[in-house]
Structures are given as structure tokens and as C-alpha cells.
Design a protein around this ligand. Structure first.
Ligand SMILES: N[C@@H](CCC(=O)N[C@@H](CS)C(=O)NCC(=O)O)C(=O)O
Length: 269
């Protein structure tokens, strides 16, 4: 089982068998679909530790869909490699290879996983579907997009990074007020016992807010939002999250008391 590792652009995919023993594993049996279609399902998650691919890894682990991983070597800007850009022309992590083709954009990949497994989301036609969709798109289009401005301010406001950062921090705090209310009301969120894809997306972004960028995370105090605290503590103890933490070196409490990762391969930035 050879899986490409995208590193410096050599013009061709290279393979490193040594990586396979660590991360390229077929996981899980929990999914409703696992028994029927798992053998024919060939998914490859192109990932870097503690990147947006972690959200998909968590969803895949929760559903039991079998998958392999392929490291994108961020230290060598593997996301800019021509071979990776053939999968995701935007040059951002993640990309998910599926039997139906390659998907990029975390929200799109999550929707595909929920549709394929009929897990982690209310089904089309169910009353709770609308709330799920609106918050899923809010997470992808607003929270995640604005969080990127904190991570890469020079790309969004060159010369005005400090002002952008201050404004985005205020925006994010206001978004978290809304999200805490939605989590409390289980409006589009399922909670730690029966999480939806929205819960998984949100908790990983909360982890990042506590850690990144390393120079600018002091604004964030999870304890300001007790409902979000409860959610991350609950998801921290889920077996799927424990498996993700082991695979990406995220430590014992990746969500409720996060530390910088010590991944067995690759790097977060
Ligand atoms: N909108 C994209 C954002 C993904 C994203 O921001 N990925 C980051 C890693 S967490 C990335 O690739 N950063 C490298 C870069 O932007 O150059 C998605 O939802 O998948």
C-alpha cells in the first residue's frame, strides 16, 4: 500500500513506505456503512498534523469509514507541490480522495462523509437538517474563514495586520457567543454524547484558537463560554478523538487543555 507524500516539488509523486506503518491504517468498524461497503471504499486523507484535515480525521474515525492518510509536508510547503495542487488547486489542506473523486474544502468533505455514512448529520428531509446546514456553513464560511485571517494576517491586510487581528478577535468572540447559544439549544449541534459534524468542526477550531498563532492567542479564554467548555471536555474523552490524538501527537487533552502537537510525522505549520 503506497501512499504519496507531498513534499518539495519533484514533479512526481514519491512514496515512502516508512510512513505507512505509522499513519496509513484502516480504522474503525463503528460505521453503519462499514460492514456493507467498507471493503470497496478507498479513501485517502491528505493531511498535516493539527491542520483542518484533523476535522476530517475525527469525522472518519467517528463514522468508522476506512481510510488511509498521506502526509502533506508543510515544512517543505507540500501544499504548493504540483501533485498536491492537482488534488486541491487552492493549495490548502485537506484534500480527500474518494471513489467519487477528490473533494477539497473541509465543509464539503464533511457533508460527503455524512451523506455517505448517514451519520453525524440529520438526514435530508428531517426537521433538524436545516439547523445543521446553516451552522455547518457558518462554521465553514465565517468562523473558519475569519480564523484564517488570524493565522495569515499578511495575506489579508498587508501592512495593517495588527488592526485586522484585533478586529477578527472581536468578530470571533461574537461568533462564539452565538455558537455557545446554538450548542446549548442543540440547534444544529448534537453535543458530546451524540456529536454531529458541526460539533466536530467547532471543537477543532476551538483548539486552534487556544494555540495559534503562537504570538496572538492570549485573547481566547474558553472558560468565557461554559457550553463550549462542556462540549470540548466531552469530545476529548471520545475514543475517536483519542485515536486522532495518538495519530497526530496532540497529547492527553487536545481540546480542553491543548498543547502544541508532537506528531510522529510532519509538522503543523
Ligand atoms: N477553506 C479551507 C481552509 C483550509 C485551510 O485553511 N488549511 C490550512 C491548514 S489548517 C492550510 O492549508 N494552510 C496553508 C496555506 O494556506 O498556505 C477548508 O475549509 O478546507
Amino acid at each position: 500500500m503506497n501512499v504519496p507524500v507531498f513534499g518539495p516539488d519533484t514533479g512526481s509523486k514519491r512514496t515512502r513506505r516508512a510512513d505507512l506503518t505509522r499513519s496509513d491504517v484502516v480504522f474503525g468498524t463503528a460505521g453503519a456503512l462499514a460492514g456493507r461497503h467498507a471493503a470497496s471504499m478507498s479513501l485517502i486523507l491528505h493531511y498535516a498534523p493539527d491542520n483542518a484535515s484533523l476535522i476530517l480525521r475525527l469525522a472518519l474515525e467517528e463514522t468508522g469509514l476506512p481510510y488511509r492518510t498521506a502526509l502533506v509536508d508543510r515544512a517543505a510547503r507540500g501544499q504548493d507541490n504540483a501533485a498536491f495542487r492537482r488534488l486541491n488547486p487552492v493549495g490548502r489542506i485537506p484534500a480527500l480522495e474518494t471513489p467519487a473523486g477528490v473533494i477539497f474544502e473541509t465543509g464539503a468533505c464533511l457533508l460527503w462523509i455524512t451523506e455517505t455514512t448517514r451519520q453525524l448529520a440529520p438526514l435530508p428531509g428531517e426537521p433538524a437538517r436545516t439547523a445543521f446546514l446553516k451552522w455547518l456553513f457558518f462554521l465553514a464560511n465565517t468562523l473558519h474563514a475569519e480564523l484564517r485571517m488570524l493565522f495569515y494576517p499578511a495575506r489579508y491586510a498587508p501592512g495593517a495586520e495588527a488592526a485586522l487581528t484585533a478586529q477578527v478577535q472581536r468578530n470571533l468572540a461574537a461568533h462564539l457567543d452565538l455558537l455557545a447559544a446554538a450548542v446549548t439549544a442543540e440547534d444544529g449541534f448534537g453535543g458530546a454524547e451524540t456529536p454531529l459534524a458541526t460539533d466536530l468542526y467547532l471543537v477543532v477550531m476551538l483548539r486552534w484558537m487556544a494555540l495559534y498563532p503562537q504570538s496572538e492567542h492570549g485573547w481566547f479564554d474558553l472558560y468565557r463560554w461554559p457550553a463550549l467548555c462542556t462540549l470540548v471536555k466531552g469530545i476529548d474523552s471520545r475514543p475517536a478523538l483519542r485515536r486522532c490524538a495518538a495519530a497526530e501527537g496532540l497529547g492527553e487533552t487536545p481540546l480542553s487543555a491543548p498543547h502544541y502537537p508532537h506528531p510522529p510525522e510532519g509538522s503543523a505549520t
